[in-house]
Design a protein around this ligand. Structure first.
Ligand code: CA
Ligand code: CA
Ligand code: CA
Ligand code: CA
Length: 398
């Protein structure tokens, strides 16, 4: 590949906490030509909402429940809301006062506190900033992944894609309290720019930097992260268990516009390694001229993650087995002719045992797919598609 493999951009300015100011934006109307993952922002109204799932607010006892986070799309001052899975609003904050270009959101422990943070990125035109927030909306970090001059918008995901040893490697056997395994922040440049992907730590330092597609592709990159491998590094007899490098999440990237192309990259070995490259929908079908949005996680009880691919411009979603690429499900998430942006997240939407991580043990804690549009018949409400052992989310309806 001609990509700038592993190239490190100049180190970004990291704002000391004590000097930190909340990035602010002058209120402005978006250009009618602005696009969010290929959909004109002027047409999205309050659509284009994004969603993430994680255990942001702790429950007492050993049974945990996730919360979900909704961030608003373009056309309104960007607001992040935390809800219980029952729909009770637990918190709400404005991420970047004055910014109306839409927000993308992810959840992950990127600071190493053992509690997840909310990672918010500006989605549309304007200064392209990432903010790392506590679950109650306190800004911990803010940085510009592609520099302050870049104004093309960001797609964002979080996952443990490098650096931290697998908890199984240190003898806990997967039960009992786990040490902090820090997730990284993955950003993809949005429309009109080279297909640049970066992996950053929670302070905004560059860890990886590469082009997901040919440099001439300017349609934007959507991103997700989950571990697609189904095998585990075995423990040699009589020896300590080695680090389970398969437990690292892989980065799934998608073309945001023009073509339903996805790729999978591994990044823990140093530079990025391209593992897979394929079309999630037939690129020769004239109906499939949109790009894709993505989510991934273990929804079927098999250890590896399934990859959920939405065809932008429709509410159609396909589920693929991450490792084999087998097509597991093909379904419509919003039952009408909805044709804007469907954003997705994978996470457990029932009670679960936080000490039995299904990414390690498969059955018992299968995750589910949540989709959100922000407008249309479901508005800001997520729709859930339940996963079950042997049955990826979407096979059995919402
Ligand atoms: Ca919770
Ligand atoms: Ca990590
Ligand atoms: Ca992996
Ligand atoms: Ca699976």
């Amino acid at each position: 590949m001609s990509n700038p493999t592993g190239a490190r951009a100049p180190k970004l300015r990291v704002e000391p906490l004590e000097d930190r100011t909340v990035p602010t934006f002058l209120p402005s109307n978006l250009s009618p030509n602005a696009l969010i993952n290929g959909i004109p922002a002027a047409n999205t109204g309050t659509g284009g909402a994004s969603i993430a799932i994680g255990d942001l607010n702790p429950e007492s006892g050993i049974i945990a429940r996730n919360e979900y986070v909704i961030a608003t799309g373009p056309g309104t001052e960007g607001t992040v809301s935390v809800f219980s899975l029952l729909g009770t609003q637990e918190n709400k904050f404005v991420a970047f006062p004055g910014y109306r270009g839409g927000l993308h959101v992810a959840v992950g422990d990127v600071i190493g506190t053992t509690r997840p943070e909310i990672i918010v990125a500006t989605a549309g035109a304007g200064p392209s900033v990432v903010g790392v927030f506590t679950p109650d909306g306190q800004l911990l970090r803010a940085f510009y992944p592609f520099g302050e001059g870049y104004r093309g918008g960001l797609n964002v995901a979080a996952g443990n894609v490098l650096n931290d040893a697998d908890p199984l490697a240190i003898g806990t056997g997967g039960s009992g309290p786990q040490p902090a395994v820090k997730s990284e922040i993955i950003v993809g440049a949005a429309l009109g720019n080279a297909p640049h992907v970066k992996v950053l730590d929670g302070d905004g330092n560059d860890l990886r930097s590469f082009f997901a597609f040919d440099a001439g592709y300017l349609g934007g990159v959507t991103v997700a992260a989950a571990s697609i491998d189904t095998t585990r590094v075995p423990r040699p007899p009589g020896q300590p268990r080695p680090p389970d490098t398969n437990s690292y999440a892989e980065i799934i990237v998608g073309a945001a516009t023009n073509i339903p192309h996805i790729k999978i990259f591994s990044t823990w070995q140093g530079a990025q390694t391209e593992l897979q490259s394929y079309y999630a929908f037939d690129p020769n079908d004239p109906n499939n001229v949109g790009g894709v949005t993505l989510a991934a996680g273990n929804t079927d009880g098999s250890r590896g993650a399934e990859i959920y691919v939405n065809l932008v411009g429709s509410s159609r979603v396909r589920a693929f087995a991450g490792e084999s690429r087998d097509l597991l499900a093909d379904f419509i998430t919003v039952p009408d002719t909805y044709s804007r942006v469907v954003n997705m997240a994978v996470g457990n939407t029932g009670q679960f045992d936080p000490f039995d991580d299904d990414s390690f043990f498969g059955v018992g804690n299968t995750q589910d797919l949540a989709v959100v549009t922000g407008d249309g018949p479901y508005g800001q409400q997520p729709r859930y598609f339940r996963g079950a052992p042997g049955s990826a989310a979407g096979r059995n309806g919402p």
